[in-house]
Design a protein around this ligand. Structure first.
Ligand code: SIN
Length: 199
């Protein structure tokens, strides 16, 4: 199941008069910056919790065997660490295509580690999108991830690279690290980093 959000995102005119825009990445955008950027800074946003609650039919799974990737769930007091990129508006065409399975651009304040703040964008897959998978136990999410792969590679690679990137940022994320632990307990065959490579 898939809903293509490209057309909706193209109508987002919030930063139309800006020469550059901060984009906050909290999932694959942290560890896979396949787009040009002017500057990159560790950052966080408030009031959002990262959750493996979005299905992936196009990158880390297939329509028949969807994977799970992260989205953000509103949660009072939550802090979500990630990476902010200063990009030019042309880059959104690539990002809208990459994030097309349910993710919409949303304006949000971004806090940098030095205390500065800027208004920027996130891609968020809301609970009413057709690919929203919703909550599940962390062991169950790990099993689903272990069994999924798509055009961008094994779903386990997404999880392991995200966990590694968060460690490098010095970020705590109990949900992501618990799923990583469960995946590693499933044995070496489950923790595929890329075709043939084990964690
Ligand atoms: C993001 O990384 O900010 C969005 C979710 C994803 O592409 O994994």
């Amino acid at each position: 199941m898939s809903v293509n959000t490209i057309a909706i995102n193209r109508q987002m005119s919030h930063f139309d008069d800006h020469a550059s825009v901060w984009l906050f990445g909290y999932g694959s955008i942290i560890f896979k910056a396949d787009f040009p950027y002017l500057e990159r800074r560790p950052a966080h946003i408030r009031g959002w919790a990262r959750r493996f609650w979005q299905a992936s039919h196009d990158h880390r799974g297939t329509p028949d065997a969807p994977g799970r990737v992260v989205t953000l769930i509103a949660q009072e007091g939550a802090v979500c660490a990630g990476m902010a990129y200063l990009i030019t508006p042309e880059v959104f065409a690539h990002l809208d295509h990459r994030e097309k399975n349910g993710y919409l651009r949303l304006a949000t304040p971004i806090m940098f580690e030095d205390g500065q703040q800027a208004e920027g964008l996130i891609y968020i897959a809301a609970e009413d999108n057709q690919a929203f998978a919703g909550p599940a136990g962390e062991p169950e999410i790990a099993r689903q991830i272990a069994g999924a792969a798509g055009p961008s590679g094994p779903n386990s690679e997404y999880l392991l690279k995200l966990a590694q990137a968060l460690r490098e940022l010095g970020a705590e994320d109990a949900h992501v690290f618990a799923i990583e632990r469960h995946l590693l307990q499933l044995g070496p065959a489950a923790a595929v980093l890329s075709s043939g490579q084990r964690a």
